[in-house]
Design a protein around this ligand. Structure first.
Ligand code: PHE
Length: 461
């Protein structure tokens, strides 16, 4: 639809709040919701972890997301240029520009390993369809997974395919590429997830899953689980790397930021919980599968279940298509801030900007590919290349940028700036938001960051 674009001065905006909501939800909903959330919930004992996670979304995720969208819409440029403009306007120190930079770098780092894991999901689609897992036991699916990870050529092929898919959409631009893609992908994802839920309800142990996810057992909760929940609330909402800020730049001026952010956070949380309720009933119905299996939960455990159930292979195929779609719309947002910046400031066209950054992330991803085979013995402080990338981004870089954003918007930026963007939100919204952003977010995020840094030093030394 050509009317999806309204040209305001030099910057395009999406013509409706729904395109923004779908784009932001597309970014937020990804491997974080469908792969990571279920397995870290399993590792951290279930209900109590889910509760802490929900509190983190509400108290940290939502306020920081409002701040990011507000900055993006205010600047109407790439995150790097937006930060530069806002600091210049207010006569602030250039240090704050690092918010934009850190984001571009974090995005490329995340994309580098994200595309490898999304490649696993891609690899499983034809295998499901071909019946590889028909009647397979846990030992066989484990063998399949290990064989896949040991084969760098295959990993590379699937990672490259996923990267091409990402670059192709971004190359088509914000309106035709991103706008159209999310409008097709997001509803499809919801339909597939609903189908999965129905399947899990009919063939799995739904009651056991509900009890596991929603009955908090606080004895299972450790300090580390709380930190993990906190870190994950940033990752899952795509905060702290400029993705949401970049999308905020395309948001129509008269749209309510508060309501929109609440909708996105709600949808993201809904998908994570739906994914949990689609996966755990199957896990609990199969005694050989353990909820705390870790990152393999999805790739080793579930195929056993799919292979054993009537119609399971078809549903399994659907499931891995669903994961691919979710990862795809997130990957798009990981690369967009850097692309927008290269176009604005370095005179690249969208195509070359996109190819260049895609290439960098792809090349970096080779480290992750190799960390599962040739380099698996090569670790730094217990981290493989992949582990280090994951830790560096989700436990250090995202919280660091999130912290900077909370301090910058809460304490440094002239209050009029935020106030004028948020004045349509009702009289109680602004003071409440500002208070949380000033007094709750910095100390809470600061603790996650400090423990993350401490862990890094402890591991390296
Ligand atoms: N939010 C995405 C997920 O849950 C990951 C992501 C992080 C995407 C940061 C963009 C920016 O999978």
């Amino acid at each position: 639809m050509s009317s999806a674009l309204i040209q305001t001065k030099s910057y395009p905006t999406w013509n409706s709040r729904w395109v923004f909501i779908m784009a932001a939800t597309g970014s937020a909903v990804g491997l974080g919701n469908i792969w990571k959330f279920p397995y870290i919930t399993g590792e951290n004992g279930g209900g109590a972890f889910v509760l802490v996670y929900l509190v983190c979304i509400l108290l940290l995720g939502i306020p920081v997301m409002v701040a990011e969208v507000m900055l993006g819409r205010r600047g109407r440029q790439s995150p790097v240029a937006t930060m530069r403009q806002l600091t210049n306007e207010a006569g602030l120190h250039g240090f704050w520009n690092s918010i934009g930079w850190l984001g571009v770098v974090a995005g490329l780092f995340i994309l580098s390993y994200y595309s490898v894991i999304a490649g696993w999901a891609l690899a499983y689609i034809p295998e499901m369809g071909r019946g590889t897992f028909q009647g397979a036991g846990a030992a066989e699916t484990q063998l399949f997974f290990d064989t896949l990870l040991a084969d760098k050529g295959r990993l590379l092929a699937w990672q490259s395919l996923f990267m091409l898919m990402t670059v192709a959409v971004v190359a088509c631009g914000v309106v035709k590429g991103l706008g159209v893609a999310v409008r097709i992908l997001m509803p499809l994802l919801f339909v597939l997830l609903l189908a999965m839920l129905v399947f899990a309800y009919r063939h799995g142990d739904f009651a056991a899953a509900a009890e596991f996810l929603f009955r908090p057992d606080f004895s299972a909760l450790t300090g580390r689980s709380v930190l993990e929940a906190l870190g994950h609330s940033f990752f899952t909402l795509s905060l702290g790397m400029g993705a949401i800020m970049a999308y905020g730049a395309y948001m129509p001026a008269d749209t309510s930021i508060g309501k929109t952010v609440l909708t996105v956070a709600f949808l993201d949380t809904l998908v994570a919980l739906m994914a949990g309720m689609a996966i755990f009933p199957i896990v609990f119905a199969n005694p050989s599968i353990h909820p705390g299996a870790g990152p393999e939960l999805l790739f080793v455990s579930l195929p056993v279940a799919f292979g054993a159930m009537p119609g399971g292979l078809l549903v399994g195929m659907m499931f891995f298509i669903l994961i691919t779609i979710a990862a795809w719309s997130s990957a798009i947002s990981l690369i967009e801030p850097g692309v927008a910046w290269l176009i604005e400031r370095r005179g690249f066209n969208r195509f070359t900007a996109n190819i260049s950054l895609g290439f960098i992330a792809w090349a970096l991803g080779l480290g992750t590919v190799l960390s599962f085979n040739d380099w698996s013995g090569f670790t730094l402080g217990g981290f493989t290349f992949f582990g280090a990338m994951d830790f560096l981004t989700s436990r250090i870089m995202l919280p660091l940028t999130g912290l900077f954003i909370a301090i910058f918007v809460g304490w440094v930026l002239p209050q009029m700036t935020a106030k004028s963007e948020l004045n349509g939100e009702g009289s109680r919204f602004y003071p409440l938001w500002l208070w949380v952003l000033r007094y709750i977010c910095p100390p809470a995020i600061g603790v996650v960051l400090l423990v993350g840094l401490y862990d890094t030093f402890a591991a390296v030394s």
